[in-house]
Design a protein around this ligand. Structure first.
Ligand SMILES: [Zn+2]
Length: 278
């Protein structure tokens, strides 16, 4: 099974009113303020999956500041997933805390939410608490945006979890399970520390490869296999930022053998997401 652990789709109605959303949400403006930043619907993703031979994709929302935008985006992701015959796996955005958050989570899970994403803690207060609530009450994992503290600037770089934030999240929020996107912003190096490796081996931490080609040399795949283990890596394209077919081909070329390709292109994601028996 080929699984893309990191893609983005938007409701057509949100794509149409991009301009107003840019004015309403500074975090959204940072990523999607320029017309060249693609926004596509679930139909376009399914077409791309058919072209790239992808069986299933995790569809992430944008981590909105307003509860209404989060609600609208989440509803679309859940509908698209329900209509996809299991090919789309919805990781939804949420806003809120306390009883209101509980009610929202209860409803989202009832309609098929499988996780939260793509989480940007810079967008709101109390995000770690929301992740913990979702994990402890419903076993929901999260795809979290990782921000590198080094390297070139790009739209949307900041506002995510840096390595220290990821460590604190794992240490202070016992139930939380995360897919740290974009190679965890460098966190795999710290898998050489037994205390971080323990989180990987406990199935609480994995890394996706989203936007790898824009950030790292292809040998990052073999480097992270050596540092953090083959089981910790999930292929993610960050579609539509990257074309799935091209990104898949580059990932396959960067992996040493068929066993590694099978694990990174789907086996690890299936295990982390509970799609197959352990
Ligand atoms: Zn992303």
């Amino acid at each position: 099974m080929i699984i893309d652990a990191h893609t983005h789709v938007f409701p057509p109605r949100m794509i149409e009113r991009r301009g107003r959303l840019v004015l309403a949400d500074a975090g959204f403006a940072e990523l999607y303020g320029e017309a060249k930043a693609r926004m596509v619907s679930a139909d376009a993703l399914i077409e791309s999956m058919d072209r790239a031979g992808v069986d299933a994709s995790v569809i992430c929302g944008f981590w909105w500041r307003s509860p209404d935008h989060a609600e609208e985006h989440a509803a679309y992701l859940l509908d698209a997933a329900a209509a996809s015959g299991g090919r789309l796996i919805p990781f939804v955005p949420v806003v809120g805390s306390g009883a209101a958050l509980d009610a929202t989570l209860e409803r989202l899970v009832r309609f098929g939410a499988r996780g939260l994403g793509e989480v940007r803690p810079g967008q709101a207060e109390g995000v770690d608490a929301a992740l913990e609530r979702a994990a402890s009450a419903y076993g929901l994992p999260a795809v979290v945006h990782s921000s590198e503290t080094v390297g070139h600037r790009y739209a949307g770089k900041h506002g995510g979890y840096e390595v220290g934030d990821l460590w604190r999240l794992l240490e202070e929020r016992p139930g939380v399970r995360v897919i740290a996107s974009h190679w965890g912003g460098g966190l795999p190096f710290f898998a050489l520390m037994p205390e971080l490796r323990a989180h990987i081996e406990a199935g609480r931490l994995a890394f996706d490869t989203a936007a790898s080609a824009y950030l790292y040399e292809p040998r990052v795949f073999e480097a992270v296999i050596a540092l953090a283990g083959l089981d910790s890596i999930l292929w993610g394209s960050d579609f539509p930022l990257r074309a799935q077919a091209q990104d898949r081909a580059e990932a396959e070329a960067a992996l040493p053998d068929d066993r590694a390709r099978e694990a990174v292109l789907g086996g690890n994601a299936a295990r982390f997401l509970g799609l197959t028996p352990d």
